[in-house]
Design a protein around this ligand. Structure first.
Ligand code: GDP
Ligand code: IMO
Ligand code: MG
Length: 431
């Protein structure tokens, strides 16, 4: 294999967990470089199902080295819960996990402020996962973040915490009428966390670059999706990190010259969870998705996902801002019973045809999609393992998507299980 960056090409939940699981077989290291416990990556192995939030999904493959990079915001409580759940299912964590010293730590006030700020926004709420993500990144770029390395030095941790609490407690009291947080209680709580996870904290930038020098192969596991990127997404309805390919480099300390391939994961349709504009969202008549059976409810928050048609304007934007070499197209099987299928090829903005994704969210909110329609395939696809065996109309649909986004689908997923996959042509690093 090669060093691959995998990113979500839509609004998250594209099925990255499954694709990461497929690609992990060929990798030595799997790295999370952004986001936090807002992610929920589902991996089905046999009859068992795992949902990973913070630990790279590669942990499910014995012996793979998993790294939580500097770009992540780490909730120690969520990490410990995840370690315990995985351990109880027989997954080996010890020896296979490392956390960057520079990873910013989520503090109790981050989670608290996430909820309070959302409430204050009322109608304009983003619909965050309430995991403290944006407040933690605000502190990181505000130069007051507490980093994983600070957990290892209690005096330094207390000093930074007390400095933070001056401002946070004023905010809590004056703006939110909330009682203050006590430094002693937080220090004690985090002392307990450090006892559990302190041993994983190390210089992961050195580990990764040495591994690359030795010819080891790295898979960068993206979280969220391109349209949630803080710069390139549907701002302000985004998440606080760089979910696009560049984030893999800044969030891990690996330079762009070491990346061989960028792959995007896109659903054969589209989904989004939380607020914000969504041009191709289904009308009730079009909506063919069974939220339960087709797993369109949040893996992290349990919220129902909004669903819609494939939006080539959105995925073209992803192709550009990530420099996608290929896509993995997931959940094709969910469309098996559609008589007619639609693809959004452009937007109509009061008579003006737009094909470039609009940066102004007000434009995104008012456009109407221009659709192309095709006949569906009306046949099961879950059992199919070779591209040529897909029904002709399914192939026509995939090929139309490929043409519209100018990017080949190297992997087509037709079910949540590992085996329910069609590989098209050679994979990176294969002859
Ligand atoms: P992620 O956040 O991108 O990893 O995606 P999630 O795990 O949040 O959501 C994707 C859901 O779809 C999960 O329940 C997967 O098990 C499921 N899934 C993934 N690929 C396929 C597929 O090809 N077909 C079907 N039917 N389900 C899939
Ligand atoms: P995975 O990795 C889908 C969304 C939230 C909200 C916005 C901001 O499973 O694809 P945040 O808590 O990050 O401040 O919320 O981003 N969001 C996701 N949507 N999949 C995710 O992760 C998401 N992580 C955050 O719903 O709209
Ligand atoms: Mg998810």
């Amino acid at each position: 294999m090669a060093n691959i960056v995998l990113v979500g090409a839509q609004w998250g939940d594209e099925g990255k967990g499954k694709v990461i699981d497929l690609l992990t077989e060929r990798a030595d290291f799997i790295v999370r470089s952004q986001g936090g416990a807002n992610a929920g990556h589902t991996v089905a192995i046999g009859d068992d199902e795992f949902v990973l939030h913070l630990i790279p999904s590669g942990i499910l493959h014995p012996g793979k080295q998993c790294i939580i990079g500097n770009g992540v915001v780490l909730d120690p409580q969520a990490l410990i819960e995840e370690i315990d759940t995985l351990t109880s299912k027989g997954v080996q964590i010890e020896g296979n996990l490392a956390i960057s010293e520079a990873t910013n730590v989520i503090m109790p006030y981050h989670k608290l402020l996430d909820g309070l700020r959302e409430k204050l926004k009322g109608e304009g709420a983003i619909g965050t996962t309430l995991r403290g993500i944006s407040p933690a990144y605000m502190d990181k770029v505000g130069y007051v973040g507490i980093r994983a390395v600070d957990l290892l030095d209690e005096a330094a941790f207390r000093r930074k915490l007390e400095m933070n609490l001056v401002e946070k407690n004023l905010l809590l009291a004056k703006l939110y009428d909330h009682e203050p947080l006590e430094a002693d209680a937080v220090v004690e709580e985090y002392r307990g966390y450090t006892a559990r996870i302190g041993r994983y904290v190390t210089n992961t930038e050195i580990i990764l670059n040495r591994a690359i020098a030795e010819g080891k192969e790295i898979l960068f596991e993206g979280a969220q999706g391109t349209l949630l990127d803080v710069d390139h997404g549907s701002y302000p309805f985004v998440t606080a990190s760089s979910t696009t390919a560049g984030g893999a480099c800044t969030g891990s300390g690996v330079g762009p010259t070491k990346i061989d391939m960028v792959m995007g994961v896109a659903k054969a349709y589209t989904s989004r969870v939380g607020g914000g504009p969504f041009p191709t969202e289904f009308t009730p008549e079009d909506d063919f998705v069974d939220r339960r059976a087709d797993r369109e409810y949040g893996a992290t928050t349990g919220r129902t996902r909004r669903c819609g048609w494939f939006d080539a304007v959105v995925v073209n934007h992803s192709v550009r801002v990530n420099g996608l070499d290929a896509i993995a197209l997931t959940k094709l099987d969910v469309m098996d019973n559609c008589e007619r299928v639609k693809i959004c090829v452009a937007y109509d903005d009061g008579g003006r045809r737009i094909t470039d994704f609009p940066i102004d969210t007000a434009v995104l909110a008012r456009v109407t999609p221009i659709y192309e329609e095709m006949d569906g395939w009306m046949a099961p696809t879950k059992h199919i393992r070779a591209y040529d065996e897909l029904p002709a109309n399914a192939r026509a649909y995939v090929e139309r998507l490929e043409a519209l986004i100018g990017t080949p689908a190297k992997i087509i997923s037709v079910g949540m299980k590992r085996a329910e996959t069609i590989f098209v042509g050679t994979m990176p690093g294969e002859a």
